[in-house]
Design a protein around this ligand. Structure first.
Ligand code: SF4
Ligand code: SF4
Length: 312
């Protein structure tokens, strides 16, 4: 794939707006990749773009849409890295010491769960059953602060902290990651280890696929999907064609995000996103990959909503 380009390559075509949840909710061009890139071409600073940079949910739906192959997520991370607002948030967070990572693990597969799964033991138990007994569980946070949150805020992870976080993961062959932001980073940090999203891992299991129905509406988790769009579109196309179900894909095959689990989603009306996703559809069941989407869909529809791991 060609190297990613920076904001100066933006032509102003606006294709990035089509699936951007912030644009859908606000119709404010300043809060979009188009708006940020054009403003930077005219000399805007991170401080000038503060509101815009904070509004991005990092759902990733803009990046595969950009014909100029601009690193739109990197652009937001870079702007956050140079904004005092985001630095201050982390200094506060460092005061609240979270539990240390789980014990040293030496196993073929590690499941790295996020906060939502840590708080849902019944769902976690279902996932463990699907993968069998050889799975070790790690909680995706470290003793300083939450690494995924810092990644979203453009905070550099220092060497020692990163080494501590990665050391148990280096002893494994495969890491299954519930958090899309972390999954993308781990692919770079752990070059010898297979790193896959929880959604991809579960939807590959025969016992899960057998339980999917053609009348299901399948909701892809947006962050992991868009970060590996060129490869994962084949996986989900295969799933869709084999099962006959529908998915939250638009015409360009971007996954329309709910942003229910996004750290910065204050500008997005999640319920409206869900209504938009369901527009014109009458599925018999909604199957979600993101734990946060269970509640998001449950708020706006009477159709049963289940997590992929609950298909037993
Ligand atoms: S990452 Fe998502 S919220 Fe941010 S600009 Fe792109 S589409 Fe919009
Ligand atoms: S899709 Fe890319 S080139 Fe087009 S407006 Fe958005 S950032 Fe600019």
């Amino acid at each position: 794939m060609n190297a990613k380009r920076n904001y100066s390559a933006c032509s102003g075509c606006s294709l990035c707006l089509l699936s951007c949840p912030v644009w859908r909710s606000t119709h404010d061009i300043r809060l979009t990749p188009h708006g940020r890139a054009k403003a930077m071409q005219h000399g805007a600073s991170a401080n000038d773009l503060r509101e815009s940079v904070e509004s991005c949910t990092l759902c990733g739906a803009c990046e595969p849409a950009c014909p100029e192959n601009i690193d739109l997520l990197g652009m937001v991370s870079g702007l956050r890295a140079s904004s005092p607002l985001f630095k201050r948030r982390v200094e506060v967070g460092m005061d609240g010491v979270l539990p240390a990572p789980t014990d040293e693990i030496s196993t073929p597969t590690i499941l790295l769960i996020d906060h939502a799964l840590a708080e849902n033991p019944a769902l976690l138990e279902s996932i463990i059953q699907h993968f069998g007994g050889s799975l070790a569980i790690g909680v995706a946070r470290d003793s300083g602060f939450d690494i995924s949150h810092d990644l979203c805020d453009g905070i550099a992870i220092d060497e020692e902290r990163l080494a501590n976080f990665l050391s148990p993961l280096k002893t494994t062959l495969r890491v299954i990651v519930a958090d899309g932001h972390l999954q993308h980073a781990l692919k770079t940090w752990l070059p010898g280890v297979t790193v896959v999203s929880l959604g991809e891992a579960l939807s590959t299991l025969p016992q899960v696929r057998q339980q999917l129905r053609d009348s299901d509406f399948y909701v892809i988790e947006s962050v992991a999907f868009h970060r590996d769009h060129a490869r994962l579109i084949s996986h989900y196309d295969n799933l869709r064609l084999t099962i006959g179900c529908t998915m939250n894909l638009d015409l360009q095959r971007m996954a329309i995000p709910t942003t229910a689990s996004a750290r910065h989603s204050g500008k997005v009306n999640v319920d409206d996103q869900v209504r938009w996703i369901l527009e014109g559809r009458q599925p018999s069941r909604i199957v979600v990959e993101d734990v946060a989407d269970i509640a998001a869909f449950g708020r706006v529809t009477d159709t049963p909503v289940v997590h992929l791991a609950n298909l037993i």
